[in-house]
Design a protein around this ligand. Sequence first.
Ligand code: HEC
Length: 527
Amino acid sequence: MKKNGLSLLFTIISTISSSLHAQTWSGDVAQIFYNKCTSCHHNGGIAPFSLTTYAEAAPMAASIYGAISPGALHQMPPWPPDNNYQQYLHDRALTNAEKTTLLNWLNGGALEGDASQTPPPPVYNTGSVLGTGDVTIKMPNYVSNATTLLDDYVCFVVPTNLTQTRTIKAVEVIPGNMEIVHHTLIYIDHNGVETSNTTGFCSSPSSASTKLLTAYVPGSSPLVFPSVSPLKLGVDIGPGSKIYFAMHYPNGSAGMLDSTKVILHFYPPGTTGVRQVSADPVVADYSFNLPPNQLTTLSAQYPQNGGVPVSISALSVAPHMHLLGKNIKSYALSPNNLDTLKHINIPNWDFHWQGFYTFTHLQKIPAGYKVKGEATYDNTAANPNNPNTPPQNVSFGENTTDEMFIVYYHYLLYQPGDENYNLSELVSASLTEYSGMNSLGMRTSPNPFQEGGVSIMFDEPLDKNSKVYIYDAQGRLIQDLSNQIMATPKLLHWNGKSERQNDCSPGLYHISVNQNGKMFSSKLIKQ
Ligand code: HEC
């Protein structure tokens, strides 16, 4: 009793004192960079400079301040949707608390703190997170043709060679060259009618039967449908189908080689209860004109007249425009126009950072409602992305220099209760099915543990390059167990002490294993 009271008092005092002290890199800041910045800002990543160490980040303080302050031109991390309008999985944006910590750190002189306490930076590799999957479809080797002024937009069509219809439960896009693969849109060409185009500004397929499956931007997560009871979702893909890669290589990538691949994961044949996800341009206009030297706002709705005939559950939304896009919004509207169901609002469209945004909960679109989209285009000389100088009349077309107004949805037929599923939890539960994610079979014993320490056992021997760290509840590195792997790759032991062999106080700890870029973790309790 007395001990608990004391430790509570200690927690309160240390919380107060840490909030009085200036934020430091080693204390709070490094972990935020690891979580929100370094997926792009590491050597070999898409961002132009690395921010993985204090030595790299500190000299950039002024620029970082500019990039995370409200109104920044290139807001970092890039996350175009307005989170006040709707929430999505895999949100890249800084939380308000993280932003406050970073701004306090910058205002306080961007101090390092005790360097020995800096948590280890994440390890990035170019391999897959989900494992080998059922089919890998690789585009041919391609050398970027970008110039210093113009990005390179090319399309590749590659047969899947499937002999029977399968149902996709996850898709992972693996860039061949992380430094140059900017956004990539992956479509299924169900009828096998598309052709590769490497000669000019290709960014969208020509046939309406070619459906957008997923999008990759640096730092994005693989598309993983919920695939465990009570919610199994999937997309059918049949014989004769092809994968359509719409690739974007930024300026500066000229002469560099890429060979991006797509890994498909299927449900076992005969799996029951899988609900089909459709991907369609729900809101679209294919016959507009954007006159030069003016802003134009387009709107479109689905269906053209009346409302949707049956109730729909929307899983994700992907607005698509090209370089003149300025903002875009999509929502469902009741027949009497009084009820608006908000889906997405992108106030500052950025062609470079587009993709599917998966809702945290399925969004019911009741029968009778219509889906509406509104988009504004800036075809003036003031738009720095305008491909034409002077501005020209621009209309619908597949080339990047043409325009588009499409809002894709991934959706399914509504069933009662759909809106109550927590997609984040269901996707996490589904992830344990993938090879590698759970195959370590990590177990701890005894846990809670006392003086004798705790054993950490694995079903499969750990890879000798894996990293195994113990962190405390504040995320500070306590001990590195990696050096035990060589001798006993299936059994590690933590003696309950710090790196310098001081006893650790009772409380919550985490063990974190990083094997080939896949992370596994578990809680440990010291009594
Ligand atoms: C998803 C990838 C990604 C993430 C995550 C990301 N950045 Fe960036 N960052 C970039 C790219 C790419 C650029 C180059 C400019 C551009 O394309 O917008 C950039 C540019 C910058 C710049 C230069 C500013 C400018 O105006 O050009 C700063 C500073 C920066 N990032 C800081 C950060 C910080 C701090 C974080 C985390 C809080 C972060 N970035 C997260 C991709 C990313």
